[in-house]
Design a protein around this ligand. Structure first.
Ligand SMILES: NC(=O)c1ccc[n+]([C@@H]2O[C@H](COP(=O)([O-])OP(=O)(O)OC[C@H]3O[C@@H](n4cnc5c(N)ncnc54)[C@H](OP(=O)(O)O)[C@@H]3O)[C@@H](O)[C@H]2O)c1
Length: 314
């Protein structure tokens, strides 16, 4: 039985990964800021197999306590926007470096660091630059770390499709940010979890960087059309230039949990597609789950109550 510590285990991807790890027989420590918020993870394994422990990756002592005795360490911690001490530098870069240094010092055999497609030292978004800096820091402290860069991740608890599904249910208009030309390669959360689980069991992947994308590339416009179809809403898709969206984001980002930030607009300017130079899900024998197979399982939340499905009408 392996001991695995998962930082960020209480998040969207965390629950799927932990479910895979426990099925593989691992004992999992879910290292989270608030262990009470991770109680939903307990039923994923046998009694005692999943243990929430308190850790803030901005605090080295708490990271050390969470990592002690672990064979495998996984870092899933990520932010979409910065707030106070929760800055990209503190979490994506310094926090990742702390985990890598502590994992090396504690003798963990494997470290998996989840980054993002678009991580680049010259990215125009602070998010992308901080993810790249985190990758570099992890490599410096733990050269055998495996880095995983997913494209946009979909699944019932995702941020992206739920946001636009909700917008489609409330507004007659959906914005085509930057004209809707940016391309994405959405990847199913369960496939990302399967991939990380497989990498954690494959010593040959140490030191490699993987990019996980789904089976198909879509433009932003195609994704919005799909949201409309799946929610049964006919909406006006209105192209909005990046400059105007950025202006709006300057106000939206002042909200406590912003719908959009100026930095996210920068992210949306670049295609979010695997570049083909890194291995991916195919190399792990994982066939990507189609977006069309999963979206209907949760986009129905945003349909009008009582509205018949086309199949029911037939
Ligand atoms: N979802 C996507 O579409 C996507 C795409 C590309 C890459 N990624 C990357 O994949 C990883 C997982 O994403 P996700 O969607 O599962 O994110 P998520 O749902 O936002 O989860 C992030 C986790 O990080 C934890 N966290 C935040 N700050 C922390 C800190 N200072 N110390 C300890 N834990 C902290 C959060 O716990 P709290 O409850 O304590 O805040 C939460 O458990 C991230 O690195 C993300 O950047 C995600």
């Amino acid at each position: 039985m392996r001991n695995v510590t998962v930082f960020g285990g209480s998040g969207f991807l965390g629950r799927y990964l932990i479910s895979r790890l426990v099925k593989g027989g691992d004992r999992v420590r879910a290292a989270v800021r608030d262990p009470a918020a991770a109680s939903h993870l307990l039923p994923l394994g046998d009694v005692g197999q999943v243990q929430p422990v308190q850790a803030n990756i901005r605090n080295a002592a708490s990271v050390r306590r969470a990592v002690g005795g672990a064979d495998v360490v996984v870092n899933l911690v990520g932010l979409l926007y910065q707030r106070g001490a929760q800055s990209f530098q503190a979490v994506h870069e310094d926090g990742a470096a702390t985990i890598a240094a502590v994992a090396a010092e504690a003798g963990a055999s494997r470290l998996l660091q989840v980054s993002a497609i678009g991580a680049a030292a010259d990215a125009t978004s602070a998010y992308g630059r901080s993810k790249a800096a985190g990758e570099a820091a992890v490599r410096e402290h733990f050269p055998g770390a495996t880095i995983v860069r997913p494209s946009i991740v979909f699944g019932p608890e995702d941020g992206f499709f739920n946001l636009f599904g909700m917008l489609a249910s409330l507004s007659p208009v959906l914005p085509l940010i930057g004209g809707g030309h940016t391309r994405f390669q959405p990847v199913y959360v369960g496939d990302v979890a399967d991939g990380i689980d497989a990498l954690s069991r494959d010593p040959a992947s140490a030191g490699a960087t993987y990019e996980f994308g789904g089976g198909q590339v879509y433009s932003f416009r195609e994704l919005m059309e799909m949201v409309c179809a799946q929610t049964g809403r006919q909406r006006f898709l209105v192209p909005v230039p990046f400059a105007l969206v950025k202006f709006d984001a300057a106000f939206l980002q002042l909200w406590p949990r912003p719908l959009l930030t100026m930095d996210q607009v920068e992210l949306l300017k670049r295609d979010n597609v695997a570049d083909g130079n890194c291995p991916g899900l195919d190399d792990l024998g994982i066939a990507p789950t189609p977006l069309e197979a999963v979206l209907p399982t949760y986009m129905h939340r945003y349909r009008r109550a009582g509205r018949l499905q086309p199949t029911e009408q037939a």
